[in-house]
Design a protein around this ligand. Structure first.
Ligand SMILES: [Zn+2]
Length: 308
């Protein structure tokens, strides 16, 4: 059934295809359960469908389930069409998308759009725990320093460098994936800890000459480039991770004018998803993103940053 529904190539097509709740429903079934409709509670494939209410009744655990149960959409009053159009917009907007644009495009309030976007970013968070390997570039950068956040940050970071800014560490495998996380400081313990958590033992690691990277050669083939007098020495460069940071900053400053530090990690996850899915086409990216809806829940408190 799903194969008869074309994959959208433009925003306009996506809006036409997913705006039809029947089409969105059929599409979501195919994307969520490519091997057949499966009970999210017990994994059984035996069920009966009540068409009028769009629910399945599991023949094994005897409970009923909907297309939204067990996904990030559970408990959301927004329709499947809104979710799928929103997801399509987010992953295909090269420079990000604001809640205002979502509000205008989907006809929901800006507040609903804001919550939708944050839930969708959670969907994009990479769940793979496999370590990067091969040739690795690592670097850290400072983000933000917005006036409205400065007072709180000044109190938190009094006496330290980078006042009013959040620190992000990026680790990139050449020709492969990138990881980016908010870190608390740039001590040896933190920077090397991130590397050890994310990079396989024995890999080639390229960094700048930040003193916190000294000693990495115990676990890696480590080479540093000193940016005060050179940028590239043979293959020793951090150009790729620096490019990732430039793109991230352009997105944050252009689209997300006022990123609260507490939400920064979700914006990082969004940009990481875009980078890591760069080789696929729109349909591949969409399939991958929909997969991320499964098993993800977020509460209001988590969204506004009052709980982890
Ligand atoms: Zn069941």
């Amino acid at each position: 059934m799903e194969n008869q529904i074309p994959n959208p190539r433009t925003l306009q097509e996506a809006m036409i295809i997913y705006a039809d709740p029947d089409v969105a429903f059929v599409k979501m079934i195919a994307l969520r359960w490519p091997d057949g409709i499966t009970c999210p509670r017990c994994g059984s494939k035996k069920n009966t469908f009540t068409k009028a209410r769009r629910v399945w009744h599991c023949s094994d655990c005897k409970k009923q389930f909907s297309i939204k149960i067990g996904t990030v959409m559970e408990a959301s009053p927004l329709g499947l069409d809104t979710w799928l159009c929103g997801l399509w917009l987010l992953i295909n907007a090269k420079n990000g998308i604001s809640s205002y644009e979502i509000h205008r495009a989907l006809g929901i309030t800006q507040k609903s759009a804001w919550f939708l976007l944050h839930r969708l970013r959670l969907v994009l968070k990479t769940r793979s725990f496999s370590k990067l390997t091969g040739e690795i570039e690592a670097d850290e950068t400072y983000i933000g320093g917005l006036e409205k956040n400065k007072h709180a940050y000044k109190r938190l970071n009094a006496g330290r460098g980078g006042i009013g800014k959040a620190i992000v560490m990026g680790i990139l495998q050449r020709g492969g994936a990138v990881k980016a996380n908010v870190i608390s400081d740039t001590t040896k313990e933190i920077l090397q800890g991130e590397l050890k958590k994310n990079v396989a033992y024995g890999s080639d690691v390229f960094t700048d000459s930040h003193p916190s990277y000294v000693g990495l050669d115990e676990q890696y083939i480590h080479e540093a480039i000193n940016h005060s007098f050179e940028y590239v020495r043979k293959n020793v460069t951090t150009n790729r991770i620096e490019n990732f940071f430039s793109l991230l900053k352009r997105t944050l400053h252009g689209t997300y004018v006022a990123v609260e530090p507490v939400h920064l990690q979700r914006y990082l996850d969004e940009q990481v998803f875009r980078y890591n899915a760069r080789k696929g086409n729109d349909a591949d990216r969409f399939r991958l993103a929909v997969k991320g809806m499964e098993g993800r829940r977020v509460t209001y408190k988590q969204l506004i940053g009052h709980a982890k």
